[in-house]
Design a protein around this ligand. Structure first.
Ligand SMILES: [Fe+2]
Length: 136
């Protein structure tokens, strides 16, 4: 299992966060005319990830799930504002809006709300106890 920059020990979080990091990492190499579709693809993936993450928190009974859902909604609202800016931006700024601004929104969420919510999972993966490659 590949780990994201901030592993939280919750599989659905770590797998999805890693996949999103990989998507953000591809932004500098994209052609100008591919940026709009790529923004749409990342936003679709973020929405799908939020749905999976919320379902897992519901299954486990994370007590702050209503707050977490609100944070997801707030992030998606910010992302919509970013999309409006994107429409009138030059290609270099479009890359910045996806690869930095949107990536930072998500990184801040992971380091705060996700980090706190992960504490409520009692079956967390102990990566330190695993030999390399065992977490797959
Ligand atoms: Fe989250």
């Amino acid at each position: 299992m590949n780990l994201p920059q901030l592993p939280l020990g919750v599989r659905v979080m770590d797998e999805d966060h890693f996949a999103l990091e990989q998507m953000f990492a591809r932004v500098p190499a994209l052609a100008d005319d591919a940026l709009q579709a790529y923004l749409d693809a990342i936003l679709d993936e973020i929405r799908a990830h939020f749905t999976r993450e919320e379902a897992e928190m519901e299954r486990v009974g994370v007590p702050i799930l209503p707050c977490h859902r609100s944070q997801h909604a707030a992030l998606l609202a910010e992302a919509e504002k970013l999309r409006e800016s994107f429409a009138r931006a030059e290609p270099a700024m479009r890359r910045h809006l996806i690869g930095y601004a949107l990536a930072q929104l998500l990184a801040n969420h992971i380091a705060s709300v996700d980090q706190i919510s992960s504490q409520f999972f009692d079956d967390k993966i102990d990566y330190a106890a695993l030999a390399p490659g065992d977490a797959a």
